[in-house]
Design a protein around this ligand. Structure first.
Ligand code: DAH
Length: 347
């Protein structure tokens, strides 16, 4: 091997041994720098004759260009390795779940109430909301519950030692039924002196409160009141409306409805509405879904209307229970614990 070949070999080994760009530049200087081995060889040409100079010069140049291309190749390899290392260090696992903000969702009870509103809305019912802190008169007396009458104990009311500015006792409403009175009175007042009054058709969903707490009762729960008053509204209409509601709500025709005689002070006659699915997991079990009845004449009077002229029905149901039946939830407390593992299933 001649001197130039071994020089090229040494350069290759030096370049390969350089692990960084800086080390490679040092190695380059040893061959191509001002005092580098190839530069020194070039300087030595001066002492040679023209013929020798030509042959020797060409050989050195060939060696030089070999060294230069070795250097270039090593530079690229080092840059490549550096890039690979950087990519590896900054690697992203695109299969990991993202750190998104997460999308919120409506609570199953809110969804259920929206559903109830949409279905009754399609049957011409207005939606009303009213106060959760209610007067004793609205909660009971106006609904034909005489003061001190034992029927008041049908509801485990949170009684509080509190009166409003006009001296009326207040409570957390134990049901949405006061909304019958509030809405009907406003409706009657709005149309007073107009000769005839449009029918009252309204639902009133909202929070209600009772001293009650177990797997099927919560001290705060929801009710939805319904009221339809006109000149000729009957139990038959209640049956049609309620059956249509159940069909739409549960998206099935496969159920039976029964009206079971019952007692409520504000209706006469009164009935519990039960439904039983003919198929599915609840097949054949009668489920109580609402209280209902023809509005008592005393209550119609408290609406500010003449019971000889205005007649109709009311009903009250529990959106919480309806949500549980629809989604197959067996413990009411899940609804109000705020546990995201439960709630996000409805998003
Ligand atoms: N307010 C009753 C309750 O909480 C439910 C109810 C029954 C409402 C009959 C009504 C009705 O409007 O007509 O138990």
């Amino acid at each position: 091997m001649n001197e130039l070949d071994s020089l090229v070999g040494a350069a290759r080994a030096d370049f390969d041994a350089a692990a960084t760009a800086a080390a490679l530049e040092d190695a380059k200087a040893r061959y191509l720098g001002r005092a580098g081995r190839l530069t020194e060889l070039m300087k030595g040409l001066a002492k040679l004759s023209p013929d020798e100079k030509k042959a020797r010069g060409a050989a050195i140049n060939a060696a030089k260009s070999q060294v230069e291309s070795l250097l270039e190749a090593r530079r690229r390899a080092l840059a490549d390795a550096e890039l690979q290392a950087q990519l590896k260090a900054e690697a992203l696992d695109v299969t990991l779940p993202g750190r998104s903000r997460g999308t919120g969702g409506l609570h199953p009870v809110s969804r259920t109430i929206e559903r109830i509103e949409a279905i009754f809305g399609s049957m011409g019912f207005d939606v009303a909301e009213g106060p959760e802190i209610e007067t004793d008169w609205m909660s009971f007396t106006a609904l034909n519950n005489p003061e001190n009458h034992p029927a008041r104990s049908m509801q485990d009311t949170f009684y509080v030692d509190l009166k409003d500015a006009e001296g009326r006792w207040l409570n957390l409403r134990p049901h949405t039924s006061p909304m019958q009175v509030r809405y009907a009175r406003a409706h009657a007042a709005k149309h007073a002196g107009q000769g005839s009054m449009p029918e009252i058709r309204v639902i009133a969903p909202g929070r209600t409160y009772r001293v009650d707490s177990d797997a099927t009762h919560s001290p705060m729960f929801h009710q939805c009141e319904g009221l339809w008053i006109g000149e000729n509204v009957s139990f038959k209409d209640l049956k049609v409306v309620f059956t249509s509601f159940v069909r739409e709500f549960f998206e099935t025709d496969d159920f039976d409805v029964r009206f079971r005689p019952s007692f409520f002070p504000f209706t006469e006659p009164s009935a519990e509405i039960d439904i039983a699915f003919r198929s599915g997991p609840l097949k054949g079990r009668w489920l109580e879904v609402a209280g209902s009845g023809q509005v008592h004449p005393n209550v119609v009077r408290n609406y500010g209307l003449d019971p000889e002229q205005h007649i109709g029905f009311a009903f009250g149901m529990g959106p919480d229970r309806l949500a549980m039946l629809r989604y197959g939830i067996d413990d009411l407390r899940l609804m109000f614990d705020g546990d995201l593992r439960f709630l996000t299933q409805f998003n």
